[in-house]
Design a protein around this ligand. Structure first.
Ligand code: NCD
Length: 311
């Protein structure tokens, strides 16, 4: 396995199976252990040009729990980008102040450009509608820990498969496992051609459908997503699909005993709050796994693959 030390984390396509399994193993250990203070003296820069709650705070919390420190900004409006500075110049500056950069931007490709200019590793925390690889990894950690396995599962991804970046990264990562995927979306929000092409190349089995209720009894995992209002150029198109899927409490009666309901959050109205108390609803646990997963990634990228040995 290649060493993670100093690697950029940009796409779900960049991982081999053994690498993902290793990240998940360390993520699990992070949840079990007293947090090792291995990042003492290291600084994480969080550059968020788009809103975030879980991703930014879990990265920051992960860094602090491992003994590191954090600098950064939460909005374009408080950085010099607002004055007209380029991303390249921003990165050339921030790399002097930090050992690793976590970045979210509304434009696809900015993460790659940042990685090109940066002398320190860059982690993509959301690149427009394109990808969100650390979310995909935390989704896998959640599935592994809550279902006991990833291989052999029937997994439904439901909602905005066109603009939702989490489902793109998750699909790429799932190509490393033996799963049956079900893509559930309105016709106008179908899974992007480039993701579908990649899955075909990797021979991952998937089916497309418009209704989750038809296949609900088959599923081990249903991953609901928010319709990405901010990505629609035509607001009338958004009005046509908003609220298209709502998972209600009575839907639980149609599900298997081992069924698990996930969501990257934020939830708008895709899952009724009356579902939250069910043991099958694991979206808040999922957010917690996010912190463990990001602890694992920060440790691996800053310290290398052996950082947990002797701990
Ligand atoms: C997601 C995102 O930003 O892509 N949120 C997250 O990071 N958990 C999902 C979303 O915004 O719908």
């Amino acid at each position: 396995m290649k060493d993670f030390k100093n690697r950029d984390i940009l796409s779900g396509k960049d991982f081999e199976r053994d690498e993902i399994d290793y990240i998940l193993e360390i993520g699990k250990k992070m949840g079990n252990n007293e947090y090792p203070k291995i990042l003492d003296g290291k600084i994480l820069a969080t550059l968020f040009f788009e809103p975030s709650t879980r991703t930014r705070l879990s990265f920051e919390s992960a860094m602090l729990r491992l003994g590191g420190k954090v600098v950064g900004f939460q909005s374009r409006d408080v950085s010099s980008i607002k004055k007209g500075e380029t991303i390249a110049d921003t990165i050339r500056t921030v790399q002097n102040y930090s050992d690793i950069i976590v970045m979210r931007h509304s434009l696809e490709g900015v993460d790659r450009m940042a990685a090109k200019f940066s002398t320190v590793p860059v982690i993509n925390a959301g690149s427009g509608p394109s990808e969100h690889p650390t979310q995909g990894l935390l989704d896998l950690l959640t599935i592994k820990e809550e279902c006991g396995t990833i291989d052999g599962l029937n997994i439904g991804l439901c909602g905005d498969l066109k603009y939702g970046r989490t489902v793109h990264s998750l699909s790429y990562l799932l190509c490393n496992y033996e799963v049956n995927l079900y893509f559930i979306s309105p016709d106008s929000l179908k899974m992007r051609a480039r993701v579908v092409d990649w899955l075909r190349k990797k021979q991952l089995k998937f089916k497309e459908t418009e209704k989750f209720r038809d296949i609900l009894p088959l599923l081990d995992v249903l991953y609901m997503t928010r319709i990405q209002a901010e990505r629609f150029v035509d607001k009338e198109e958004y009005e046509k699909v908003k609220g298209v899927y709502i998972f209600r409490k009575k839907d639980l009666t149609e599900t298997r005993d081992n069924f698990r309901l996930m969501h990257p959050l934020p939830r708008i109205d895709e899952i009724s709050t009356s579902v939250d108390d069910s043991k099958k609803a694991i979206y808040f646990k999922q957010a917690k796994y996010g912190m463990y997963l990001r602890m694992a990634l920060l440790g691996l990228v800053l310290k290398g693959n052996d950082f947990m040995r002797n701990l």
